[in-house]
Structures are given as C-alpha cells and as structure tokens.
Design a protein around this ligand. Structure first.
Ligand SMILES: [Zn+2]
Length: 72
C-alpha cells in the first residue's frame, strides 16, 4: 500500500507537511504520529477526505486556519 500524495490540508488548503505524502513512503516518521489531533478539527474534515489527506499542524491543533485574505 502506497501513501496518498495528498500534501495539502483538507481544512485550510495549506501544506500539511505530511512526510509519507511527500516521500511516498511510510517509514520516515511524520509529525502527526506524535501530535494530538483536535476532535473538532477531525469533525470538520469533509467525509470524502477523511483518511485521504493529513491535516496541517495548525488545523490539527484546533487553531483557526491562516487566512491570507482575511478582512479582519
Ligand atoms: Zn490546515
């Protein structure tokens, strides 16, 4: 089984920094193996993308996505 080459976060569209997605291998350790993923973040992932793409570290931690064009 090959890792999916999905290198973007399904919540914010930013880089998820997923090591398997970037290298095509599961053996290099990924940051997500040590991170605690926020249940709120998991609940927001579109169903078709669950288990298809890694979250980025920011979304995984439950922080709001970085919005470069925010009107705030
Ligand atoms: Zn994200």
């Amino acid at each position: 089984m090959q890792p999916l080459p999905n290198t973007t976060c399904p919540l914010c569209g930013g880089s998820n920094q997923c090591t398997p997605a970037n290298t095509g291998r599961f053996d290099p350790e990924c940051w997500c193996t040590k991170a605690a993923i926020s249940p709120e973040a998991l609940a927001k992932i579109p169903p078709e993308l669950v288990n298809q793409a890694c979250l980025c570290p920011r979304c995984a931690a439950g922080l709001p996505p970085v919005m470069p064009h925010s009107e705030l």
